[in-house]
Design a protein around this ligand. Structure first.
Ligand SMILES: CC(C)(COP(=O)(O)OP(=O)(O)OC[C@H]1O[C@@H](n2cnc3c(N)ncnc32)[C@H](O)[C@@H]1OP(=O)(O)O)[C@@H](O)C(=O)NCCC(=O)NCCS
Length: 348
């Protein structure tokens, strides 16, 4: 059976840089606290009105498409991963299709947060391997800056996240020494509420008390009520220590699963691209697996956690820096809200 190769890759980050010291204008925090806990030094925030999750995706996609030496009209399927869509619905996939003047192709939106890109890669891989599509555009893009609590109350979440986009063009290859070797997807919904944004939503406190405030007598105002907004219940929330503990178990597990499925050892990895959740998590994983510094690429220091965009941005940057060469064994691994986690092993 044919394999799926990455034929082109691109990334885009907004030009507005916010250092940790810049964050002090919104909240009570310090550069030392943020760097010590997360490794983050600065992040990019999109222009408030001139950039959206989709416009950043367009910029990354243009580069990926050009590097694949095709045109937007050659794309035959879109997979778009984000948790910060331009509209609640429709998804960003159709906005990308419209803006890039693509044909009336399928556009699939993926909602798997930090694992979204690797989940999307797995879906696209199946379509390519079976011969259904020949040029899939897979994008991860986030405009977090529009929906975070920048007050001191939300500081444990808002200092972590940044904006940006990454994209790849996926094509079939007959070369046995190239392409996606396997993908591995997991979830455990028992801790769904530990890293989540509850509102707007249809839950009405069904799963857990106190997540939303609304007037039960009024039909139609439960999705997003004034009292939710007044109570800041429309922002993401995170139990950081619990996320940390789960992540440092699941990252190594899913990386080892990918290696074992293909008969490789950790020493065979040329480049590990971990989702840029937190530099401390990535360092823990690196140490646990006994990987050297030149086997792992991290860039959370510059961009923060860009969720669905983090893996393609780090992958693109590593490739642009010449850290990934043809024939290299590249491992992608992600963990995030859900919880969901995933890995992919690729022969570049
Ligand atoms: C979020 C995280 C950095 C918090 O670090 P932590 O050491 O666990 O900190 P805690 O949440 O226990 O908070 C410790 C103290 O720091 C404070 N604090 C939180 N955010 C702060 C900030 N930005 N600046 C200064 N102080 C902050 C808290 O209010 C708390 O103060 P208190 O002890 O007076 O109550 C850490 O838990 C983490 O990285 N978790 C994983 C998160 C992650 O990777 N998320 C993405 C998953 S995809």
């Amino acid at each position: 059976m044919q394999r799926t190769k990455i034929a082109g890759i691109g990334m885009y980050v907004p030009k507005n840089i916010y250092t940790n010291n810049d964050m002090k204008q919104f909240m009570d925090t310090t550069d030392e606290w943020i760097q010590e806990r997360t490794g983050i030094q600065e992040r990019r925030f999109a222009d408030r009105t001139q950039e959206t999750t989709t416009t950043m995706a367009i910029e990354a996609s243009k580069i990926a498409i050009e590097r694949a030496r095709i045109t937007p009209q050659d794309i035959d399927f879109i997979v778009f991963a984000t948790l910060s869509p331009d509209y609640y619905f429709p998804g960003c996939g159709v906005l990308l299709q419209r803006a890039m003047k693509m044909g009336e192709i399928g556009a699939l939106d993926i909602r798997n947060q930090c694992s979204g890109f690797v989940y999307g890669l797995s879906v696209a891989d199946q379509f390519i391997k079976t011969g259904m599509y020949k040029n899939i555009l897979l994008v991860g893009s986030e405009k977090h800056s529009f929906g975070l609590d920048f007050s001191t109350r939300g500081r444990n979440v808002s200092v972590i996240f940044g904006d940006g986009a990454g994209a790849v063009v996926l094509q079939p290859t007959q070369d046995e020494n190239q392409g996606i070797l396997s993908t591995h997807l997991h979830s455990d919904g028992n801790d769904a509420e530990l890293l989540a944004m509850f509102n707007p939503g249809t839950h009405a406190n069904y799963w857990k008390e106190g997540l939303a405030s609304f007037d039960e007598a009024k039909i139609g105002e439960m999705f997003l009520s004034k009292s939710m907004i007044d109570g800041s219940q429309n922002y993401p929330t995170m139990d950081g220590p619990s996320v940390f503990k789960k992540a440092i178990v699941k990252f190594p597990e899913v990386i080892m699963e990918a290696l074992e499925a293909n008969g490789y050892k950790t020493r065979d990895i040329n480049m590990l691209i971990p989702h840029q959740a937190n530099l401390r998590i990535a360092q823990f994983v690196q140490q646990k697996l006994g990987l050297s510094d030149n086997q792992v690429h991290n860039n959370i220091q510059k961009y923060g956690n860009t969720t669905a965009a983090s893996v393609p941005i780090a992958l693109c940057e590593a490739w642009e820096l010449g850290k990934i060469k043809q024939g290299d064994l590249v491992c992608l691994a992600a963990f995030g809200s859900g919880f969901t986690w995933a890995s992919a092993l690729i022969k570049w």
